[in-house]
Every structure is written in C-alpha cells, then in structure tokens.
Design a protein around this ligand. Structure first.
Ligand code: WT7
Length: 638
C-alpha cells in the first residue's frame, strides 16, 4: 500500500482519532517518518496556546521541495506533476513531469539567487494561474526565501500594503493574465504599485500574454531571459537550502475584523506533514489519480491542495488558468473529461453559479473519471450539494465538505471520501490530531446536540498559524485570547446527535463573498475615502450565488446630491482599493448610523434591516438617536 497512514474504514478512523488525541506526539511522529529529512526532530510538539506559540518537529532540518520533487524522481520522474489547462481551450495544454518540474524549480531557484534573493528574504508573487507560479513558489522554498503570493485579482493598493507589511524586496509577476474573455495587465498594475514603493530591488516578469509592458532597466527582468542565462547542469547540482523545521515557508495575507489584512505565517515541517496527511486522507488519494482543485493559488486552498499537499504526495495536480463559465458554462466538465480528472475540489459559489445554467452544459460530457468531489470556502446549501452529487458525481462520488481556514493551513474538519459518512451541509468530523469543540459565551464546552456555539480547537496541530507577520501580539489576541487554551476560529457551529459538525459561518465582521474573505472594516475604509462620504457601515446579506453580498450604509456630506453617480464612484473606489472581488451589491444613503451612547455602531441592527427582518430589531431605546433606525428602515434597498 502506498500510504501506510491512509485511513481505510470508519472504525479505523474512530480508533486513529482516539489515539491521536490521547497521544499526539506518537501519532505525528509516525506520519512524519514518511518524509525526507536532513536531520530528525528533537521533540515532536511544543505548544503554549496562551502565548500563541507552537513548535512542531523542533530541531529537524529539511527542505520541503525535496519532499515535493527530488524524492519522486526515483519512481515518478516521467509521471506528470502538473497538468496545465489554459484559459483558451484552443491553446495547447501543458504537462510538466516530476523531472520537468524539478528542473524548472532548480533553474528558477538559481535565477532568484542571481538576482540577489537570499534565504529569509520575502518575495511577493503576483501572477496568473500559470505553472510558473507554482515554480516560483517552489523556487523560493528551495532557497529558503519566504513567498507571499498576492491573489491576481487584488488592486495596486492591496499590493502596496502587502509588500510594505512583509518588507519584501522582490516581486515576481507576469506581463498579463487571461481570465475568460478578459486580458489583465498584471505588470501595469505592478507598475502602479511600484510608484508607491521604493523597497523593491528586482521585478521578474514572466511573459505570458506578450502584451506591451514597460520595463525599468536595472530593476525589471524578463523571467525567460534570466532563466536562459542559468547553466542547467550547475543549477541541478545545487543542493536545496537546509531549513529549520520552524523556519517560515510563506506568508499569506487574509482579512480579519480590523481594516488591515494580516500576514498569516506558516512554517516548513508542520505545514508539509499536515497538508500531505490531510490531502491523502480527506480525498483518499490513490497513486496515479488526477487531482483538480479549481481554486486560485492566491488563496490558501491553492497553496495547500494545488501545490504542496498533492506534490508531496506525488500526485498529478491540474492547474486551470481560466474561469468556469468561459467560453461556456461547461468548461469544468470539459476539463474533467479531457484530463480524466479523478478528484474535483471546488467552491459552493462555483457550483451555485453553474447550477443557474441548468444541465444543458453537461450534455455530451461523460464525467466518468470522477471518483471524489470536494467543496470548500463557505457552507454548502443542501440544494447545491444535491445538484453536485447527482449531476456531477452521478450519485457515485462521495462529497467531502472540507472546513478550514488560511490560519489552519490544511483541512481540519471534513469527512474522508468514501470512508466516513457524508451528510449534506455537514463538514462532519475533525481529522485525527484535531480536538475540535464548541464553546458557549462563558467558555464552557457544549455537549448538547443542536446547541450553537463557537468553534474552537483545544490543541495545537502541525499546520497551525505560527504568527501574524511582524506582529505576534495581534496573532495572540485574534486567535488565542478569547478562550484560554483554545484556538478560536471565528466560526459558529453546532453538532448533531452523531457529533457531526455543521458550520454556520463567521460570527465576526468577516464576509465571505463568493468564498473570498473580506473584512467589513476594509470595505468601509475604502468607501470612506470618497470625499462626499462622512462614514459608512457595511454588513453581509444573503446572496443566492455568492453566498454573501455587501450591503453598505453610507452617510454623505449634508450638501451632497447625485446618488446614482455615488454608487458607481463607491464601486470604483472599492475596485481601486481592494479589487474587483469587493463590489457593493446594495448601497443606501442614510442621514446617520445607529450608534450606542459610546459611539459604537450597532451592526446587529443594520444586519437585521439589510436582511429585511425589521420585526426583530430588539431594543433600540439605548441608541444615541433611535430615530435614525426608523429612517433607515424607510429607505431600505430591496
Ligand atoms: C473561512 C476561512 C479554507 C480555504 C478557503 C477559505 C469558511 C471554509 C468551509 C466549509 C463552512 C467554511 C469559514 C472559515 N469556510 N470552509 N466547508 N463550510 N464554512 O479560507 O479565506 O481563510 O476562510 O471560510 O467561515 O472561517 P479562508
């Protein structure tokens, strides 16, 4: 059997789970033994939850890319590591074997070194979904540089914020990117960001679309030119940097309740062990299978289940450059047939959006290769689950509903495909090594079925967040301070009689728009930059496809008129400050916001009004000005 730690039955899961909680160090040491190390660990885990400190495989030395690449060269050199499907179906797809990918990574690693990148340096990556994005990440990891991938849909301003926070001196980008019918000038967005940055020493530009770009001599270099200068023989002989188990592998920015996205830091060894373990167990990956995760690598899903998890497991991972609805809504299904995809991992929002086209786009598609389906990013409604199960899986494929977060590094609550039961809308059970509990307001563990609580984790696990870059105290306060000794997820949930978790969603000021995480404060900060706006309050509203939409209450200057222009201007601002993912669905101009006497905005009330639940506003008499509520109700945007 290929993976001795792959769980084979529900009974075995129960046994393994129990053992993993009673004796976590023994459990994880057995799994870690199946990886390649320069030096083994002195201790498996050391966790101080109160101080947000976790160390896994302390004292060990390794390079994650040797686990993703080199060790597969003996038996999988000619097996595809990455299959790449271009945006345009008429363009050729690409196939990089493990030998090819290893070579590309070694060359790119040398290129980065030639440009001055050193161990520990931060490298921001802003690229479309081309294989070179994975190559760039792995090349950084190979030389011990810390990558920070910035989602290609973020604006110049978002890039500036992330580069400055990470104190990065290097950028890797593309000339342009294709997304459906659109061509996006990534380098020109980078140029806009560079106008505000003086810390960048080198910019590497991978030529993808061959669009016109401006190159600043002495700072900007074409990837292809620099790679051609590398001596391949020498590059292949260079050894990978020997990293400490706890050396940071990457930073990935994510939104929270405050205005500023935080840089979630993951470390090398623990992240490697956990993403591989979860990949193999949740998807029940079998050697030779083709795994297609439709996420963008700019999000944690892509990091863990397009790049690191599958490659460490020696799988074939499919990367898709385009979007599900172009040239038509049958694109995913066409790709599944063309590449004989076995595991399909996507987001509820994509399923809901494809459902609106009916089953016509499925005509002529066999989907016979599919064996396992997965979802991630937000709760999946039963209707979408059933459609996915029936029309895509043909009632033959288990669906894994995988609950996790950027901070958890890998999937931590999910059924195991075909091994533990699937139940629509339930993420079901924690993975081995994860002590998931529900707490009430007082911090007591809830044992009653169907009682709502805060989802918390009572122990550390290998891929737990290590810190928020440059500000450890923020990490401690956000995740480890609410309940002593627990990791606080920010999600609400309940369990059914069988102990299966059903996640209801965020209980903080974080929105999930099409599965993308955006803080209400970030949206408000952007809106408030409009000269005619005094202040604003943003809440989430249910949206049939996106899961959640944005409802903005804005207070404008007294002498302002012209509300229709304002709508467009606000959305232009959001586009400029955050990116196209942050679009206000509804904007209501109001005279004032409901505030407490101490000046705190009562979002609970705004949320109810936005959702149209005006009968349940609760007590509004303690408000500074109870009259504003009446006015807001009158002017509600339907
Ligand atoms: C938040 C984390 C994990 C990779 C993509 C999102 C929500 C995630 C599920 C699920 C219900 C889910 C939670 C979580 N979420 N997966 N299967 N069922 N909700 O990562 O951007 O860090 O967002 O996504 O609210 O806290 P992220």
């Amino acid at each position: 059997m290929a993976f001795p730690y792959q769980i084979q039955s529900y009974d075995q899961y129960k046994q393994v789970y129990r053992d993993s909680i009673v004796n976590p160090d023994v459990f994880w040491a057995e799994i870690a033994a199946h990886f390649q190390w320069h030096q083994k660990w002195d201790s498996v885990s050391q966790a101080d939850m109160d101080n947000a400190e976790s160390k896994w495989f302390s004292g060990a030395r390794l390079n994650i890319t040797e686990n993703c690449l080199d060790r597969h060269l003996t038996d999988k050199a000619n097996q595809p590591a990455i299959l790449w499907e271009p945006n345009n179906p008429n363009e050729n797809s690409r196939r990089l074997t493990y030998a090819d990918l290893h070579r590309e990574v070694c060359l790119a690693a040398r290129m980065l070194k030639n440009l001055g990148v050193q161990r520990g340096d931060r490298v921001c990556i802003y690229m479309g979904m081309v294989p070179e994005l994975a190559v760039a990440m792995l090349a950084c990891a190979r030389i011990g540089a810390i990558h920070s991938v910035i989602f290609g849909g973020f604006s110049a301003q978002s890039i500036v914020d992330r580069v400055l926070d990470a104190k990065a001196a290097y950028l890797i980008t593309c000339d342009g990117a294709y997304r459906g019918a659109k061509e996006i000038g990534l380098k020109s967005i980078i140029d806009e960001a560079l106008d505000q940055l003086d810390c960048i020493q080198a910019v590497v530009v991978y030529k993808r679309t061959l669009c016109q770009v401006e190159m600043k001599s002495g700072r900007d270099y074409f990837w292809q030119d620099e790679i051609s200068k590398v001596d391949p023989k020498a590059a292949l002989e260079e050894s990978a940097e020997s990293m400490d188990a706890e050396d940071p592998l990457f930073i990935l920015y994510t939104s929270g309740s405050t205005g500023k996205p935080k840089g979630v830091v993951h470390s090398s060894a623990g992240y490697m062990v956990y993403t591989t373990y979860s990949f193999i167990n949740v998807f029940q990956y079998k050697p030779g299978q083709i795994h297609f995760c439709t996420a963008d690598i700019g999000w944690i899903t892509g990091h863990s289940y397009i790049v690191y998890g599958p490659l460490c497991a020696g799988a074939t991972t499919l990367m898709f450059e385009g979007i599900p609805t172009w040239p038509d809504a049958g694109r995913f299904w066409e790709i599944a047939d063309k590449h004989k995809v076995n595991i399909l991992y996507t987001a509820p929002t994509a399923i809901r959006s494809l459902m609106t086209f009916g089953i016509e786009p499925l005509q002529g598609k066999s989907l016979k290769s599919l064996q396992v389906l997965g979802t991630v990013g937000e709760p999946i409604n039963e209707e979408a689950w059933e459609w996915y199960y029936e029309h895509i899986g043909k009632k033959n494929c288990p669906i894994v509903d995988t609950w996790w977060q950027t901070e958890t590094g890998g999937i931590i609550i999910s059924n195991l495909a075909g091994v533990t039961p699937h139940v629509p809308s339930y993420a079901t059970l924690p993975l081995p090594g994860i002590h998931a509990v529900l707490l009430n307001e007082k911090g007591e563990e809830i044992t009653e079925a169907h009682e709502n609580g805060y989802l918390c984790i009572k122990n550390s696990w290998p891929s737990i967040i290590r810190t928020t870059y440059g500000n450890h105290e923020r990490c401690r306060q956000t995740y480890f301070d609410q309940y002593k000794g627990y990791y606080f997820t920010g999600d609400g949930a309940f369990k059914n009689e069988e102990g299966f978790f059903r996640i209801s969603g965020r209980i903080d000021d974080v929105l999930k728009i099409s599965g993308h995480r955006i803080g209400t404060a970030e949206v408000e900060n952007a809106i408030n930059q409009h000269p005619a706006i005094v202040e604003s309050a943003v809440v989430g509203i249910p949206h049939p496809i996106k899961g959640q939409g944005i409802y903005a209450f804005v207070v404008h200057e007294p002498d302002f008129s012209g509300s229709t222009i304002l709508q467009d201007e606000i959305n232009a601002l959001l586009n400029e400050q955050i990116g196209p993912i942050a679009k206000a669905d509804k904007i209501q101009l109001v005279a004032g916001l409901p505030k407490t006497r101490s000046g705190k905005i009562m979002r609970r009330i705004l949320r109810k009004i936005a959702e149209g639940e005006i009968e349940q506003l609760g007590d509004t008499t303690t408000l500074l000005d109870p009259l504003v509520v009446e006015q807001i109700i009158q002017g509600r945007v339907h």
